[in-house]
Design a protein around this ligand. Sequence first.
Ligand code: HEC
Ligand code: HEC
Length: 231
Amino acid sequence: MIPRSLPAALLLSLAGVAAANAQGAPASDGEQISVKGANGAPACVTCHGARGEGNPAAGFPQLAGIGAKYLTEQLEAMANGSRVSPVMAATARALNPAQQAAVAQYYASLPSPLNIDRLAATAMHPVQPADTGAWLATRGAWDKNVPACNQCHGPGGIGVGENFPALAGQPAAYIAGQLRAWRQGQRPPGPLALMPAVATRLTDAEIDAVSAYYAGLPKAADLLASQGARP
Ligand code: HEC
Ligand code: HEC
């Protein structure tokens, strides 16, 4: 029984809470921003996909399941121009720091679209040195002090913790663009300046090969799994 003395406004707001619960938990700020945009920034889902899965054909990166700290730093860097991104600059600038953190947190909390086990299994597959992309990813180029990308980005490029973003399935043009940005000083050095050290030691051909390798890895991993399943 609701006491008769409760003010009408409170009763109305109680009814509102009941209605929101009936439709599931109310959306977080980050989710709202992703679907509706904020302060003139467009909805993120338009380009990054309904579940942050990205759009390889259009070159829009996956955001789902990538570390919140990493994503927040990227939004800050694209807003202040230290990471040069003509497409994202105005969007990142429109969000205030709390909104950047909220939307980053939201994307970090979404399940990654990657098949982690299948991708990790690709790291065990035999590779020929002539297969430049696969070789760099799994063995590196120790003659010029480039460790295997998988050593930091995880087996199959699935990403590791807060600092090492996933590479598997990211658009090839996007991956190559980031490596070239580090070579040209158009992206901040990031933790311990690890990536400028890697990127400046790669040739253009190596950049293209390793980018194509990671972009195609989810499909290659599915193919390997189906072959392994055969008697
Ligand atoms: C018009 C398409 C478009 C919209 C809308 C868009 N993005 Fe992006 N986003 C991109 C592109 C393209 C890139 C790659 C940037 C580059 O090439 O520098 C990117 C990159 C990013 C990155 C860096 C990812 C990484 O792995 O480093 C983050 C974070 C990001 N966007 C968040 C958002 C958020 C949050 C929103 C919504 C408020 C949003 N984006 C809206 C196209 C878009
Ligand atoms: C010693 C560790 C290390 C190695 C080895 C390494 N990376 Fe990275 N990589 C990082 C870190 C740390 C970041 C995050 C940088 C930041 O926060 O700005 C990163 C980020 C990236 C990004 C940006 C991803 C995005 O979503 O924008 C790309 C692309 C990338 N690395 C490609 C490679 C490739 C290709 C190789 C192998 C040739 C490689 N990395 C080897 C540590 C490493």
